[in-house]
Design a protein around this ligand. Structure first.
Ligand code: NDP
Ligand code: GDR
Length: 328
């Protein structure tokens, strides 16, 4: 039997790595789109960490280059396309709004166009975001909650979301938008708050750092584990009908409480090390996010398996090892 083929944009990111691992376990041929960098080899460190680099096929491509995307889709004729690539750091989106609009918004149109023109029957996944709820309009956000984006990133994601819905309705494409709430892992980028915290806690424990400077620790997020969340992406594309789904744990926690979990794990008191630094505040904040995963649970049978506490401890342990220590 021929292997199913999946094209994954953003394969060098956190989710791209875990999704590749999952798809390989399921017997897929995985083709990853990688943008060109002058640092040859650096981009695969997450795939290396999971030991999957040699099992995926990496091809050159950029979300801003429609011609190149068409070529990739034409050549590989994938069964499934996962669009994970984006300028994904919310804070940077105020400094680079045009770039964010291009990569995170127009980039989705480019991938959808490439799929429509070259493999119109492929199942398509768009990495949408809980940031689209922004200034929340309901205490717990579901697929029917109105959106109110609060950053250039969220505005761009909203474009990608509605383009996905529109291509499904206009061209009868199997296009799904996964509205994923925050998900983290030891492969999370260091600029995001969980990994920033776990990396700093590891360094403080090992005597390599004195303090942790952070911004708004009253913000609340619904945090899950990336390894759980990529299962939901895959499940959406296996269902009979294309649809949109919220993926979340249904529990929200302050940044402050998450920080305490990390420090407690290594036997240190967070209050002795945490400093509030205005540089890390945002021009407009998303104060609280809390997702309602009822639809994805009922329709696709998806549930999270890893709690925020387990995940943060796993991340601290991984960062301790990275910095030359051993796990507590
Ligand atoms: P990362 O920031 O870890 O990865 C982003 C990926 O996009 C990287 O592979 C990056 O490549 C690639 N990329 C950026 N710009 C371009 C471009 N112009 N052309 C091609 N590739 C590009 O993100 P995550 O893995 O955390 O998230 C995956 C997706 O899910 C993103 O779209 C994100 O916005 C979205 N999302 C994430 C959530 C989360 O909590 N993690 C929640 C909801 C949505 P390079 O390595 O070269 O930088
Ligand atoms: P977020 O993630 O913006 O929710 O976007 P991030 O971890 O950056 O921020 C979460 C919350 O923590 C507050 N915060 C800090 N954030 C960072 N990065 N650094 C700090 O020092 C700090 N101090 C407090 C933030 O203000 C915010 O409220 C992530 C990304 O993965 C997006 O791509 C994705 O769409 C959403 O999650 C869902």
């Amino acid at each position: 039997m021929t292997k199913k083929c999946a094209v994954v944009t953003g394969i060098t990111g956190q989710d791209g790595a875990y999704l590749s691992e999952l798809l390989l376990e399921k017997g897929y041929k995985v083709v990853g789109v990688v943008r060109r960098s002058s640092h040859f080899g650096v981009a695969t460190h997450r795939l290396d960490w999971l030991g999957v680099t040699d099992h995926v096929e990496l091809v050159d491509g950029d979300l801003l280059d429609l011609g190149g995307l068409c070529r990739i889709i034409r050549e590989h004729k994938p069964d499934e396309v996962y669009n994970l690539a984006a300028q994904s750091f919310v804070k940077t989106s105020w400094d680079q709004p045009s770039l964010t609009a291009q990569a995170t918004g127009v980039g989705v149109v480019n991938v959808l166009e490439a799929v429509r023109l070259e493999a119109p029957h492929a199942h398509f996944y768009q990495a949408s975001s809980s940031e689209m709820y922004g200034l929340i309009q309901e205490a717990q956000q579901s697929e029917t909650t109105p959106f109110y984006p609060r950053s250039p990133y969220a505005v761009a994601k909203l474009m990608g979301h509605w383009m996905t819905v529109n291509y499904r309705e206009s061209f009868d494409m199997f296009a799904c938008s996964g509205i994923l709430f925050n998900h983290e892992s030891p492969l999370r980028g260091l600029e995001f708050v969980t990994r920033k915290v776990t990396d700093a806690v590891a360094q403080i424990k090992l005597g390599k750092l004195n303090e942790l400077a952070v911004g708004n620790i009253d913000a609340k997020r619904d945090w899950g584990h990336a390894k759980d969340y990529v299962r939901a992406m895959w499940a959406m594309l296996q269902h009979d009908v294309a649809d949109d789904y919220v993926v979340a744990t249904g529990r929200t926690v302050t940044v402050r409480d998450m920080i305490h979990v990390a420090f407690d794990h290594v036997g240190l008191k967070a209050d002795d090390y945490v400093r509030i630094d205005p540089r890390f505040f945002r021009p407009s904040e998303v104060d609280v996010l809390l997702g309602n995963p009822d639809k994805v649970t009922k329709t696709l049978g998806w549930t999270p398996t890893i709690t925020m506490e387990q995940m943060i401890r796993e991340m601290v342990d991984a960062d301790l090892v990275r910095h030359g220590g051993s796990q507590p």
